[in-house]
Design a protein around this ligand. Structure first.
Ligand code: CP
Ligand code: NVA
Length: 345
């Protein structure tokens, strides 16, 4: 009788971009761009070599999602695999069964897990117990797949701007993001939430300066600030925290914001709307603060009008719809690296 052994190697997870080097982050972005070009412009028919054939990704979401869910399910289908959506109403998790037991059980049957959770400790526990790669689809601390899409969108815009080309004639794949991203300046005007925290641990490492304006009392986690400060010191990028939006947008190439009321904070809505008064992103704010003349706007979506007015949101400055589409290509890149290729060696 032949005995068979199983692979006990610890899987590589994608919990936050803080766990990856600058080169690895650039690699995620670069591969995402190559997938976009191949799928949309060079090879519009389905792939014949389907690397996820016979494989399943469990998509365990305890919160709502449009972009992350559609991006993930369509990316897995594109690679020939099956995305099994498990919403909070569908499985025993949180009602009849613990996260620990769920993680051990689900990971024994699938090839990867994409999870949207509440507290960040939940995604950490899931990863600790899982025998397959776990991808963080949003926790209250970080949103790593979102920030890869932001980097890709910034790269595309800078590429077309600097080469005087139009995105109708896509050519962003001809330049490496390490040539476009360092030296830029990003301003955040809004809540000290999961999106800016992920920006802080990714952007400074890549040499992108970040200024954060949040109201008094809204501060990022201490460990996140420490990581950002250490990265800033290494790359020479600047890092500023202020309560004055005008100060943050000074010389900014990009202004970024998000909802003032994240999922799970609905009870605080009235208080937050009052405390964030003066933080709406408008043309006037950008002019008053002295953003760069050709500044652009990003938002992870979904958007509420209080944090950015229609004039900015629907203007040519707004990159929010390409940014949303790029969720698909960057999530595809993460799945490709972690599940198809087994992680960085
Ligand atoms: N940006 C983002 O994560 O959107 P969804 O909540 O719709 O997935
Ligand atoms: N900060 C928001 C992001 C949604 C994509 C939230 O956590 O609800």
């Amino acid at each position: 009788m032949t005995s068979l052994s199983i692979n006990n190697k610890k899987p590589q997870h994608f919990i936050t971009t803080a766990d990856f080097t600058a080169e690895q982050l650039l690699d995620f972005v670069q591969v995402a761009i190559q997938h976009k070009v191949q799928a949309k412009y060079q090879y519009p028919t389905p792939l014949t070599d389907l690397p996820l054939t016979g494989k399943t990704l469990a998509v365990m979401f305890s919160k709502r999602s449009t972009r992350t869910r559609v991006a993930t399910e369509s990316a897995v289908a594109y690679l020939g695999g099956h995305a099994m959506f498990l919403g909070s109403q569908d499985i025993q998790l949180g009602v009849n069964e613990s996260l620990l037991d769920t993680s051990r059980v689900v990971s024994s049957m699938v090839d990867g897990i994409m999870a949207r959770v509440g507290g960040h400790h939940e995604i950490e526990l899931l990863a600790k117990e899982s025998t397959v790669p776990v991808i963080n689809a949003l926790s209250d601390k970080y949103h790593p797949t979102q920030i890869l899409a932001d980097l890709m969108t910034i790269h595309e815009y800078i590429h077309h701007r600097d080469n005087n080309t139009s995105s109708d004639q896509y050519s962003a794949h001809t330049q490496h993001p390490r040539e476009t991203l360092p030296g830029l300046k990003v301003a955040w005007v809004g809540d000290a939430n999961n999106i800016i925290q992920e920006i802080l641990v990714a952007f400074l490492k890549l040499g992108i300066s970040v200024s954060v304006a949040a109201p008094t009392g809204y501060v990022c986690d201490e460990d996140v600030i420490k990581i950002a400060q250490a990265d800033a010191q290494k790359t020479g990028a600047s890092l500023l925290f202020t309560t004055i939006p005008e100060e943050a947008v000074k010389d900014a190439d990009f202004i970024i914001t998000d909802t003032w009321v994240s999922m799970g904070q609905e009870d605080e809505k009235a208080k937050r709307l009052k405390e964030f008064e003066g933080y709406q992103v408008t043309m006037d704010l950008a002019n008053r603060g002295g953003a760069k003349p050709n500044w652009r706007f990003l938002h992870c979506l979904p958007r509420k009008p209080e944090e950015v007015d229609d004039e900015v949101f629907y203007s040519d400055r707004s990159l929010v719809f390409p940014e949303a589409e790029n969720r698909k290509w960057t999530i595809l890149s993460v799945i490709d690296r972690l599940i198809v290729k087994g992680g960085f060696q």
